[in-house]
Write a protein of this length. Structure first.
Length: 191
């Protein structure tokens, strides 16, 4: 199991998406399937300024995946960044809120000075799987000042096709990171 998406039958090792591609992500998990009431809660968290919900989501991630985080031997927690213009518009980065709260709970440092969105992209939810991957081409950069650690935990709110995490993980590995894992609030079932 790589991404944590439900598989169609127990003879499968990977979901359809993970089975079709080589991945820069070593492993990941999502708390819940992205359907109501979870999808509504994620929407309100992101777009209705319910940033205090980040503490609740982080606490549940820590409770559910405490052992997994320990076994991955995470050195740093890195949130998926928003482009500066989108962060200004929304007022906060939902992934950063969760990452900081999770860092407080685990004692693992949260690094917001490593991974950057260097190109503005259209929202992924508006695109099909091929469009999602193309949309993120050249979207991320890694600080040259980062002393790459061995094991990174990426935090995002929703995992759908994995395109965002995939591009971010690829950049972190290019910069010298050995293993990239992810946790999300919710994980999609389709696409």
């Amino acid at each position: 199991m790589r991404c944590g998406k439900p598989i169609e039958n127990e003879t499968q090792e990977y979901c359809r998406a993970c089975g079709r591609r080589d991945s820069s992500i070593d492993q990941g998990r999502g708390l819940w399937l992205h359907s109501d009431p979870v999808s509504g809660a994620v929407y309100r968290f992101k777009y209705k300024n319910k940033r205090n919900w980040g503490r609740i989501f982080a606490a549940e991630l820590e409770r559910q995946y405490r052992g997994q985080i320990r076994s991955w031997e995470i050195d740093e927690i890195i949130p998926i960044p928003l482009h500066a213009s989108r962060k200004r518009q929304r007022g906060f980065n939902q992934s950063e809120v969760i990452a900081r709260e999770l860092a407080d709970l685990t004692g693992i440092p949260c690094r917001t000075d490593v991974l950057f969105r260097i190109r503005r992209t259209v929202p992924q939810k508006q695109l099909d799987p091929n469009g999602r991957a193309a949309n993120l081409q050249g979207a991320f950069g890694v600080s040259r000042r980062w002393d790459a650690c061995e094991n990174v935990l990426l935090i995002d709110d929703i995992y759908t096709t994995g395109a965002t995490g995939e591009k971010a993980a690829k950049m972190l590995k290019k910069a010298g990171c050995r293993n990239v894992y992810f946790l999300t609030i919710s994980i999609g079932q389709g696409i």
